[in-house]
Design a protein around this ligand. Structure first.
Ligand code: ADP
Length: 190
């Protein structure tokens, strides 16, 4: 199996690149942000809970997120592989993901990290907020909170995969196609 973690701060381009990667490699795309938003839209209990954190720019608690992700993974009987987008976002989530994949006799192949500096992220998120109507992309204070949470809670995940020699950083500024090609090059080397 080819199991990828697509990593990077809010606004780095994970969603855009995931769409291209699943098309090329026929992977199952699991975006925790998308799953939470679908639950919010559907008015589920999970959605109501997630919304209270997302609207504040905070992470949804690990036990909730890990449980949800595990049940999504278990829905797929014989996948070619997964692309995890927006997960893991904490070291505890990374450890839980390793344990889950081990029960399926597989593991993470590679973490691909899109690297984009903060000023560019703030710009992109405000633009996306104007376009998509995503509430968490419209308020500069919430955007800053998400970037701060990323630096404090999510950056350690980079160390987690670096220690397993699975971390690859990719320049996330430039043409979508150029970035995509850089990602594919790393995948083909793995
Ligand atoms: P972005 O990367 O642009 O911030 P996402 O769509 O990945 O957006 O996530 C939106 C929000 O959903 C996050 O700000 C967070 O509140 C919540 N969320 C998504 N994934 C996770 C996760 N793995 N753990 C905890 N919270 C998450």
């Amino acid at each position: 199996m080819l199991n990828l973690v697509l990593f990077g701060p809010p606004g780095a381009g994970k969603g855009t690149q995931s769409a291209k990667l699943i098309e090329k490699y026929h992977l199952v795309h699991l975006s925790t942000g998308d799953i939470f938003r679908a639950n919010i839209k559907g008015g589920t209990e999970l959605g109501v809970l997630a919304k209270s954190f997302i609207d504040q720019g905070q992470l949804v608690p690990d036990e909730v997120t890990i449980g949800m992700l595990a049940s999504e993974v278990n829905k797929h009987a014989d996948p070619k592989g997964f692309i995890f987008d927006g997960f893991p976002r904490t070291s505890a989530q990374a450890a839980a993901l390793d344990a889950l994949l081990e029960t399926k006799n597989t593991s993470i192949t590679l973490m691909l990290a899109l690297e984009v500096e903060e000023e560019e992220l703030r710009k992109r998120l405000l633009l996306r907020g104007a376009d998509s109507g995503r509430a968490d992309d419209q308020d500069p204070a919430i955007i800053q909170k998400r970037i701060d949470v990323y630096n404090a809670e999510t950056m350690p995940v980079k160390t987690y995969y670096s220690e397993q020699n699975k971390y690859k950083g990719i320049e996330g500024i430039g043409e979508i196609e150029t970035i995509f090609n850089a990602l594919c090059t790393e995948i083909e080397k793995a």
